[in-house]
Write a protein that binds this ligand. Sequence first.
Ligand SMILES: Nc1ncnc2c1ncn2[C@@H]1O[C@H](COP(=O)(O)OP(=O)(O)OP(=O)(O)O)[C@@H](O)[C@H]1O
Ligand SMILES: [Mg+2]
Length: 214
Amino acid sequence: MPMWQQSKILHQGAEAIVISGYWMGVKAVLKMRNPRSYRHPDLDRRLTRQRLSVEVRVLDKLHSSELSCPSLLDVDLDKGWLLLSHIEGETLYDSLLSGKSGFEEIKKLGKLIREMHNLGVSHGDLTTHNIMIDDCKSLSLIDFGLSKIAPEVEHLGLDLQVLNECLNASHHDFEGAIDVLIDGYLSSSDIFSPSGKEVIERFNSIRRRVRYHA
Ligand SMILES: Nc1ncnc2c1ncn2[C@@H]1O[C@H](COP(=O)(O)OP(=O)(O)OP(=O)(O)O)[C@@H](O)[C@H]1O
Ligand SMILES: [Mg+2]
């Protein structure tokens, strides 16, 4: 790719490789989908295109509404990559583990999630690995390959359940974190229907369902 100067690999995951570098002199991140050899190449290409194009549409929507997330610099759906602006800081996962972040940030996160939901977007993979926090304690959301535009209340409730499970599994030092998160979630005013209250009701019924089946 012209105008791209690679510096280091940030993350080599199951689905994607993320590399930091410079694009026309601007600090940027290249996210490239890995081909999955166990899938038929046609199916694999289709899935890659689908995930990337969702991510592109969601980033565009969130960015134009000034929600904190990377901006899209360039994309090639056929080759399977996105070029994003670089977000400073670390993942909320690391920041909570080191104790740099705590309940205050969790409450702010709840508010940010409601702001995203208010724009008619569900995230689809809302773990603390997909939330960045910088030195000024400013939060940003990343990784929108499983997002939905115009989601149903179930998808919004599931965002909270995925995060709830992540908090329980990885951040159990912060007891009651989910209640603080809900507090933050409900502190943001309603623009999008379903309302915050309706989403929390759905989240509670998802929680009951999961507990019952566990
Ligand atoms: N715009 C960005 N700025 C800074 N760091 C980023 C950015 N995008 C991604 N990262 C870093 O790369 C990691 C992986 O990115 P991302 O979550 O988008 O990929 P992924 O699809 O989750 O990969 P996998 O599915 O294999 O887990 C993030 O957790 C973060 O540490
Ligand atoms: Mg991720």
